[in-house]
Design a protein. Structure first.
Length: 173
């Protein structure tokens, strides 16, 4: 995810200071992997230098004064362009799982064990995500569904590969 564009998008509703941006970002996009304050402020510095945000005043806080940042017209245009640009679908053509299966075959190890270990890890993660999804809000549900669909696709690949191990072994060895 583009932190730059996320912060710009969060500024579209109204000016905010860095702490508020971090808190809002973490709440909406990264509850499990919050942004570091340094990343927020270094990104804001780059946005300021690039003319995508401007300082819009200072707020008194419990500690030092907090600068508020507002998005500029150039920033709004940048966010609009980013939102209108589709993400490149990721085709995992250099897949680590495939490499492990091939290397297991080449080294005389049992590739079915590699697949079984991976299947168990996927299922464990899927159970965790399903639990989180059932106890979360709509944002958690949607984020977990996205991850679950990708894990389900991986599981289908694991099953397909397991069914073709004999053929793959003939071609690889």
């Amino acid at each position: 995810m583009s932190v730059k564009h996320a912060l710009l998008g969060l500024l579209e509703s109204r000016p905010k200071h860095g702490y508020e941006l971090k808190r809002t970002y973490d709440e909406h996009f990264a509850p499990d992997k919050p942004l570091h304050y340094g990343q927020v402020y270094s990104t804001l510095a780059r946005l300021l230098k690039g003319g995508l945000v401007e300082e819009s005043g200072v707020e008194a806080g419990d500690g030092p004064e907090r600068k508020r940042y507002a998005i500029t017209e150039a920033g709004v245009a940048d966010v609009a362009q980013w939102l209108g640009t589709p993400e490149e679908p990721a085709a995992y053509l250099q897949n680590t799982l495939y490499a492990k299966v091939v290397l297991a075959l080449l080294s005389g190890r049992d590739p079915a064990e590699v697949l079984d270990v991976q299947r168990a890890a996927h299922l464990r993660t899927m159970r965790e995500l399903t639990g989180r999804k059932s106890s979360g809000d709509l944002a958690d549900e949607l984020i977990c569904d996205h991850a679950l669909f990708h894990l389900e696709a991986d599981l289908r690949w694991l099953e397909l590969t397991a069914s073709r191990l004999g053929e793959l072994a003939e071609r690889v060895t």
